[in-house]
Design a protein around this ligand. Sequence first.
Ligand code: EPU
Length: 417
Amino acid sequence: MDKILIEGGRTLNGEVKISGAKNAALPILVSALLSDEVNTFTNVPDLKDIESTKILLKHLGARIDSDKDVVQIDAAGLNNHEAPYDLVRKMRASVLVLGPLLGRLKKARVSLPGGCAIGERPINLHLKGLAQLGADIKLKHGYVEATTKGLKGADIYLDIATVTGTENLMMGAVLADGVTIIRNAAKEPEVVALADVLNQMGAKIKDAGTSVITINGVESLHGTSFSIIPDRIEAGTFMVASALTKGDITLTDCAPMHLGACINKLKLTGARVTVGEKKIRVVGKDEIESVDVKTQPYPGFPTDMQAQFMVLMSIATGLSLISETIFENRFIHVSELKRMGADIKISGNAALIKGVPKLLGAPVMASDLRASASLILAGLVAHGQTEVNRVYHLDRGYQSIEAKFSRLGAAIKRIKA
Ligand code: EPU
């Protein structure tokens, strides 16, 4: 397995181009299943999870042509309704095919994803909503088996504003007969991007980005072209890198309006943040102020930035409290950061971080995608060498991360297995 070696202590300077968002690209690629015409997506990030999605879509009968960041999907030949264990196991977002398969083929057999490193992550709300849309759902031998005589619009209330749940139901509802209302819907920019693509394909979705989404079902969807929105979590990770290394990094091709919570919190730590139309410049300060953070659904502070922000707090001047309210087990990076000298105590869903003057490089083990990013950040600021093992998590969600950091002046390299 590959590992990443970092010689810490360099100040990072320069420009970094932000790639397309993984969590927008995944449902958007899947949405092509809803049409029998060709869909063309640009600014698609080059990631393991995107590869897994393409394999899944091909398995279901779609034809895919890719060239750099352009992906063309022709799902006219959609003929298979099964997402097998081996594909879903590699990427939980595979469950997003449930809605489109029910809409197009009136049946779906999708392996139930298991728990993962950050929590149990059930899909009960996806299934409950699809049942309300008229799917008959059975759980058999580790699979969700869903059939329908034809999905019908329904008034759905989500107990939790689940992101992929909202996306799955939106995709189920676009071809349903009648009106669907999704209440307590997720408001994340990735949900809005999916609604935008679907509307370009001919769907009638209103108010995505608010907590009540209304969908008027249509007969069929046509093809379209769409550019994937910038990755706000990749952007946030580089913003923290600049503050952490007392650097001066300008992010280009990003979407500052999706980063309000991160920008605000970073400013409170003392970093100087200036925002342009598609640019953000972060200049780090010598002293990093401690700031409390609570993860929340959008527009709150994203859980996907919690681990990275914790690294910044671990070398701040005082005490900071980070509360994780989205996932029940998203502090696995803490024990690795402690091995690098961080002073962190966990109690329930909160971590109390007492800033220390410096972190020390160490061999560490990445446990999930964002934890991996936090360990890279810790390595960049630590004294001495850090060896981040199990970096395949990182390749799922960060395009060319070591090349991007290296161009900013980091001493970072990948050791191939
Ligand atoms: N939940 C349920 N039942 C459900 C669905 C969700 O109890 O049916 C719970 C989850 O267990 C969790 C909470 O609701 O406690 C919120 O989970 P959500 O469903 O919103 O998360 P998700 O859709 O599975 C997406 C992102 C995650 C990101 C979360 C929260 C994608 C592909 N994944 O996951 O991204 O952390 O929303 O913003 O969009 C990542 O990129 O590293 C990542 C984990």
